[in-house]
Design a protein around this ligand. Structure first.
Ligand code: NAP
Length: 231
């Protein structure tokens, strides 16, 4: 099967589980991370030598994005998963939040997915039917906000959803579908030990959803079970 996927933030958590799942099901995976030398990614490289490419990418670095673009050249991409994310929990309450924390989250969660997508547009367009998945969060839904707080994270993901909607319009001419996805509450460093969902379960569900995404889904916001989330 000819199916090329690029994942950001593949060093751990949901990004790593997605990389492992796509490899297990036969895709070629460009796994990008700030540090590609971690044990988990190196073990994956050992296991899937012919299917995986590890590339260094800090998604907030314009130089690093330009280097990825150069390294990939004209390699077609069927799927881009903008997964890398930041949640500075504990520091984003009304009393504690400072502007640097907020700006950092906006850089990673909102601006970087746009920059990476824009840079890789030719690679996605080359396939004639590509998908961009923005790993967003239910916490970015305005209508689902029933508890307040988390100002920086919520607003960065709400803004990512707005980016998703604009890209969905602007990339439709290249037959690229853009969707925002909530991966569930997942047991990772970010989700914490109380989260009910394991990374593998989330990755399997997200993959099965993405396998079915097409032009009719362009610009929509789904949770990992395929249910649409109101903005
Ligand atoms: N876990 C949940 O319950 C949950 C719920 C809703 C949405 N999400 C979203 O799901 C995505 C993955 O979250 P997770 O739970 O797997 O979080 P995680 O375990 O904290 O992992 C975050 C990942 O993002 C990477 N990252 C952070 N800043 C980066 C940067 N500047 N450049 C490149 N990579 C960067 C991290 O890389 P390093 O290893 O280099 O730090 C790591 O690979 C995020 O977008 C998150 O907002 C998670």
């Amino acid at each position: 099967m000819d199916h090329n996927v690029l994942i950001t933030g593949a060093s751990r958590g949901i990004g790593f589980a997605l990389a492992r799942q796509y490899l297990a099901e036969g895709s070629r995976v460009v796994a990008t991370a700030r540090n590609t030398g971690g044990d988990d990614l190196l073990a994956l490289q050992q296991q899937y030598r012919d299917q995986i490419e590890l590339l260094t990418l800090d998604v907030t670095s314009a130089q690093a994005i330009a280097l990825i673009q150069k390294t990939l050249g004209k390699q077609p991409l069927h799927l881009l998963i903008n997964n890398a994310g930041l949640y500075t929990s504990g520091d984003d309450s009304m009393d504690m939040l400072d502007s640097d924390t907020w700006l950092n989250e906006i850089r990673v969660n909102t601006i970087a997915p746009f920059m990476v997508t824009r840079a890789l547009r030719p690679n996605l367009a080359a396939t004639g039917h590509a998908t961009v998945a923005m790993i967003s969060s239910k916490m970015g839904s305005l209508s689902e906000n029933q508890s307040g707080g988390a100002y920086s994270y919520r607003s960065s993901k709400a803004a990512l959803n707005a980016v998703t909607r604009s890209l969905a319009h602007d990339l439709a001419c290249n037959s690229i579908s853009v969707v925002a996805l909530h991966p569930g509450w997942v047991r990772t460093d970010m989700g914490g030990p109380q989260a009910p969902l394991e990374t593998t379960a989330s990755a399997i569900a997200l993959k099965s959803l993405l396998d079915k995404v097409g032009p009719d889904d362009n610009g929509k916001f789904f949770d990992y079970t395929g249910v649409q989330i109101p903005w």
